[in-house]
Design a protein around this ligand. Structure first.
Ligand code: COA
Length: 335
């Protein structure tokens, strides 16, 4: 039976490092508020004058992952690119990345799904591998969000949270009878909460996509009903964890590490306490990176690998929730 194994990882964060104090010079906020309410101390943003796109961030993470896997870009069967901030509206960033990698005619699939983009990507890659449609896949989560934030008091809730970065994994089909690699995944969506977290451009249900009214109403900036999303997260993340564990016939104690999406440290702490997960078994890095949306989980995985915090046969769980509303998780066993 073919199993999906993460052979290597890579990450890239832009050089510019923005401390909370820098933001408090631009809007009414403070380091104290941001740390207390979100856990974020700093984040990486692309420099204001840099000529960089989301696919460039993804490229840097991808070449690290490819080199660690010992793969040439043209050997890939598929590139899956998860982002909600593509370089341009059309075409998708996967095409830009494929070209920069020199990955010949390798198909490049862009997916959205915002904060659960990487989780959806993992499930898609696993389906390709189990159905023997692909043997070597590059899965990337990358975001360039800083330039679509409005750095003013009115939009300070989103301005202090979102950040730039990329994480990449090389996923390989391995023939084995053992229960390893992607063990199981569960994904959910509930479109009735679609308005709780959204950005209005570049598409629109009625009227012209770009008009003075759209700009006046600031529909082009992300809008978030933070309280609603917060409440949904602390309820739905423990629930889907229970579903995942039941499906995999496991208990919380069987998990060696939990890698949650990094939206708010308080959400992750509430989730940890609800499920009685020991502190050392959950990994957070939002303090230094903010919320890099589709990139948070692969960046965290790469850090854990680099710090030798995972060992063979460890079982890990990726979990997340974001705009859509979409939420879900993946249980993965290292070989
Ligand atoms: N600095 C200072 N004050 C801020 C602020 C900031 N950056 N952002 C909001 N505030 C203010 C609000 O205006 C409000 O002021 P008021 O009481 O005078 O109206 C006050 O702080 C409390 O706002 P509230 O929205 O209740 O804060 P909160 O504790 O819910 O924290 C979030 C706001 C956005 C941090 C939090 O709701 C959150 O993280 N939500 C979930 C985010 C998420 O998971 N997103 C999905 C994945 S991307």
């Amino acid at each position: 039976m073919k199993r999906s194994i993460i052979k290597s990882t890579g990450r890239h964060l832009p050089d510019r490092y923005v401390l909370n104090d820098e933001l408090s010079e631009l809007m009414e906020t403070s380091n104290e508020w941001i740390v207390q309410r979100t856990g974020i101390e700093a984040r990486h943003w692309v420099g204001e004058d840099e000529d960089v796109g989301t696919s460039d961030l993804a490229y840097e993470a991808s070449i690290i992952a490819l080199e660690r896997a010992g793969w040439k870009p043209e050997e890939l069967d598929l590139i899956v690119f998860a982002t909600m901030t593509p370089d341009v509206n059309v075409p998708g960033s996967g095409a830009f990345l494929q070209n920069r990698l020199g990955a010949k005619k390798v198909p490049a699939l862009d997916i959205r799904q915002q904060c659960t983009g990487f989780l959806h990507g993992l499930e898609i890659c696993d389906a390709y591998i189990r159905s023997e449609k692909a043997k070597k896949i590059l899965l990337v989560g990358a975001e360039f969000q800083s330039r679509y934030l409005e750095l003013v008091t009115e939009n300070r809730d989103t301005a202090v949270i979102f950040a730039d970065g990329a994480g990449a994994v090389c996923i390989e089909a391995v023939e084995t009878n053992e229960d390893v690699g992607v063990i199981t995944s569960i994904l959910h969506a509930d479109g009735k909460h679609a308005d709780a977290l959204r950005a209005g451009l570049p598409a629109r249900k009625s009227g012209k996509a770009i008009s003075p009214t759209v700009i006046k109403n600031k529909e082009h900036f992300p809008y978030m009903d933070g309280k609603t999303v917060f409440k949904l997260a602390v309820t739905l993340l423990p629930k889907v964890t229970e579903e995942l564990l039941l499906k995999a016939n496991m208990k919380v104690e069987d998990l060696n590490m939990v890698i949650p999406h990094q939206a708010n440290l308080r959400i992750n702490e509430a989730f940890r306490q609800r499920l009685n997960i020991p502190e050392e078994k959950i990994y957070n890095n939002i303090q230094q990176y903010g919320n890099t949306t589709a990139a948070t989980i692969p960046i965290a995985l790469d850090e854990l690998m680099e710090k030798n915090m995972l060992k063979p046969n460890d079982t890990i769980m990726f979990i997340g929730l974001g705009a859509g509303l979409t939420w879900g998780g993946v249980i993965y066993k290292l070989i």
